[in-house]
Design a protein around this ligand. Structure first.
Ligand code: PMT
Length: 381
């Protein structure tokens, strides 16, 4: 039997969904505040703290990569959504819809096609081979067992099938978690730096937040909805901000103003104003620096079909990587479009057929074909 800790190797698992309390900033004092507007990509990593567990995560990736024969293909596959904490002792956070279906299903297909897979995924999102059982709307965990604790006959065949696959591919698969967008970015960079060669493919299916609260602006404690528990030094700062500001009535009536360095501003009306910064576009850094010798496939998600291909082309132009797979939220499980750097290749739609019910079973062979062709062009240079 494989123990649960097997998911992350024999050592204890890494948990990413817990707050790192001791790194909280106290915005009662403004000494920690940096001007987030001046942040550039590299500054991001200087001003947003490295996750405590990162060295351990990188150690696992190094160990996994060390045991892979030189000629084998490897994919770093990102999956699931990133969160954006609104408080350092996190009660509230911004999230997105992604359950990790695309990522988990794609990982299974890459494994079946001989690739080694580093599965950088949102903790507790869907994982390869487990995905059909863990997040079911109709079957809860205990429903799989009868009153004697035995696996019900109805589920046995399907569970055995997936279990066999899990065992077959266990040495080819490494699962590494993230929860926040900051954890994702630190992990992506650290692992990418280990995988910078042509046999490595980056398949970025994670839904990465475009907006976040920089560490320097993150309130230490839960945002209060009333003035009763606001810090006295906040109110002092609010007052001075209001006296020096003639234009902003909101700052004069706020319980925590941006002059305290906090991203959140609760008005006397009870409204919460959030001030989010753009997440730097790290795809550019990945392509130009961290993994410049690897092939990179990114996803482009839109909800408006009339702009999907245009936006995919724009991403290729902006980041100069090899392939964008475009998908619409509404039809993402039925069809996707391949948009490549090669101007001679027109967009290629990949759609479910009567025989194939899993879109990733069509996406991955095409992605692998393009990876092989790309390797051939690199070798002929
Ligand atoms: O999990 P499912 O429910 O199956 O859904 C799958 C999916 C729809 C999430 C997936 O197929 C998908 O489209 N993933 C990418 C969603 C996304 O973040 O799209 P985007 O247009 O915001 O970003 C485009 C690319 O840039 C992505 O590869 C992303 O990883 C990357 N990016 C985004 C933001 C950022 N600051 N830096 C980045 O590098």
């Amino acid at each position: 039997m494989i123990s649960p800790s097997h998911r992350f190797g024999s050592e204890s698992p890494i948990h990413t969904s817990v707050t790192e309390y001791h790194t909280a900033i106290d915005h009662g004092s403004d000494k920690n505040v940096v001007n987030a507007d001046t942040l550039i990509e590299d500054e991001y990593f200087r001003t947003n703290p490295k996750p405590e567990y990162l060295d351990k995560l990188v150690g696992k990736a190094e160990k996994f990569l060390k045991n892979i024969p030189k000629t084998c293909k490897i994919v770093l596959l990102t999956s699931g959504g990133t969160t954006v904490p609104l408080e350092n002792n996190t009660v509230r956070f911004i999230d997105n819809f992604s359950a990790g279906t695309r990522g988990a299903s794609s990982a299974e297909q890459f494994l079946a096609n001989g690739y080694y897979v580093i599965f950088l995924h949102r903790e507790f999102s869907l994982t390869p081979f487990n995905r059909q059982f863990t997040h079911s709307a109709t079957t809860q965990f205990l429903d799989y067992f009868n009153e004697h604790g035995e696996l019900k006959q109805d589920f046995k065949a399907k569970i055995l099938e997936e279990k066999k696959l899990q065992l077959k591919y266990q040495k080819q698969l490494l699962l590494l978690p993230f929860t926040t967008v900051n954890q994702y970015l630190w992990s992506l960079r650290s692992i990418a730096l280990l995988m910078n060669n042509k046999n490595c493919l980056f398949y970025l299916a994670a839904a990465v937040s475009d907006f976040y609260v920089p560490y320097s602006k993150l309130p230490q404690h839960k945002i209060q909805s009333s003035n009763e528990y606001k810090k006295s030094d906040y109110s002092k700062e609010s007052k001075s901000a209001s006296s020096s500001s003639s234009s902003s009535s909101s700052s004069s009536s706020s319980s925590s103003s941006s002059s305290s360095g906090s991203s959140s501003n609760v008005l006397s009306s009870g409204k919460l104003i959030l001030d989010l910064d753009p997440v730097p576009k790290f795809l550019r850094r990945l392509v130009q620096s961290w993994a410049k010798s690897s092939m990179i496939i990114s996803f482009k998600l839109e909800t408006d079909s009339s702009i999907l291909i245009k936006k995919a082309k724009q991403a290729l132009k902006n980041y100069n990587h090899q392939l964008v797979i475009g998908n619409l939220l509404q039809t993402r499980n039925k069809e996707v479009v391949f948009v490549s750097e090669d101007a001679n290749i027109k967009e290629q739609w990949v759609k479910l057929t009567a025989d194939v019910t899993c879109i990733e079973a069509l996406i991955i062979p095409e992605a692998i074909k393009r990876h092989q062709e790309w390797i051939a062009t690199q070798e002929s240079k």
